[in-house]
Design a protein around this ligand. Structure first.
Ligand code: UT7
Length: 324
């Protein structure tokens, strides 16, 4: 027998304010057509002025608890993936803990930018298989609208706010790739690519939170190559191939990256969950949002083999193969 981290429930939250591409035409030298054709994005949600990342994360967490039929104190741990915390400290995870009424266990944040949810899932899996925790809430929550330079048309039209959450539970499996739960993971980073995507401020430099800077075209060229390789690596680790995959659930940065990666993997777009048109790039929130929408739409079903893959600032990238 092998301990597996199996998904018990999922939920998400998107802020009320929806901003269509056309709104940027009023203030920037851009068009709906450019944004749509270069990125696949049609609209995104922006948090209200008084909404923080932990607010979004808590609402997603409550939805996941309801979906799983659990109470907050049924959880042992919360792992939040975010690069846009409410404060430098304490962690968003401890704020979510308080907001959902969880009075036991522990919580911490993981920061791997757009790859954050893949890293957080892998951390949560390690907590479960090592016996540190039986039930772990894994959240991706971001307010990227707060680190946009609204004069930079090459970045500010691409990002959005939101949160997704799922709950993992320790269950016994057979130790084969037919088990439900997390089956394999592949994590990578390479700090030599720092300048491709970063925020130009922080605690020990400028003292403020800074704005996002990106060399989009250079990153684009890295993304397809690295994403296809990491997804294939996660599959190779469990001796499964592209025919076994029910759904690719990619980080939602750009439809052309999503299409290029699927093509390299030999997986048709009919088996890829795509939400980039409605959410934009929500960084660490994009994969749990896509998972939650995929389940709500009746696409992702129990027993399906999923592969998630993501790349972002660092560069940091990786993938997780799991059976729903
Ligand atoms: O989540 C983390 C991972 N993030 C990513 O993976 C993002 C990766 N990169 C991308 O998604 C794409 O590179 C972008 C969507 C950011 C840009 O698409 P692109 O096809 O790589 O365009 P580009 O950067 O090569 O720019 C093409 C042109 C430039 O004009 P010139 O130099 O050809 O005259 C830009 O100035 O498009 C111009 N441009 C715009 N035009 C209208 C850049 N932004 C805009 C804009 N509206 N918003």
């Amino acid at each position: 027998m092998t301990t597996r981290a199996v998904v018990l429930g999922i939920g998400h939250y998107l802020p009320e304010r929806v901003v269509p591409n056309a709104e940027f035409e009023k203030t920037l030298d851009t068009t709906d057509e450019w944004i749509r054709t270069r990125s696949g994005i049609e609209r995104r949600h922006f948090a209200a002025d008084d909404q923080t990342t932990s607010d979004l994360g808590s609402l997603a967490a409550k939805a996941a608890l309801q979906n799983a039929g659990l109470e907050a104190d049924d959880l042992d741990a919360i792992v939040v993936a975010t690069s846009t915390p409410d404060l430098t400290f304490p962690s968003v995870a401890t704020m979510v803990q308080q907001k959902i009424g969880m009075t036991r266990g522990f919580g911490f944040d993981v920061q791997a930018v757009c790859a954050g949810f893949v890293y957080a899932l892998t951390n949560a899996n390690a907590l479960i298989v090592s016996g540190q925790a039986k039930r772990v809430m894994v959240i991706g929550a971001e307010t990227f609208s707060r680190i946009m330079d609204w004069t930079d048309r090459a970045t500010c039209v691409l990002f959005g706010d939101g949160a997704g959450a799922l709950i993992l539970e320790a269950q016994e499996g057979e130790g084969t790739s037919s088990d439900r739960g997390i089956l394999s993971a592949d994590l990578n980073s390479d700090g030599r690519y720092r300048d491709m995507l970063f925020v130009d401020g922080g605690v020990s430099t400028s003292g403020d939170s800074g704005k996002l800077r990106m060399q989009g075209n250079a990153l684009f060229r890295q993304a397809v190559e690295k994403l296809a390789f990491t997804a294939q690596t996660a599959l190779d680790k469990i001796n499964l191939g592209h025919d076994d995959v029910a759904w690719i659930v990619p980080h939602q940065a750009n439809i052309r990256i999503i299409q290029g990666t699927a093509k390299k993997l030999g997986i048709p777009m009919e088996r890829v969950i795509v939400t980039v048109q409605d959410h934009g790039n929500t960084s660490a929130a994009s994969i749990p949002l896509a998972l939650s929408v995929g389940v709500a739409d009746g696409k992702i079903k129990p027993g399906d083999l999923l592969v998630t893959e993501a790349i972002g600032g660092g560069l940091a990238w990786g993938s997780v193969a799991l059976r729903w």
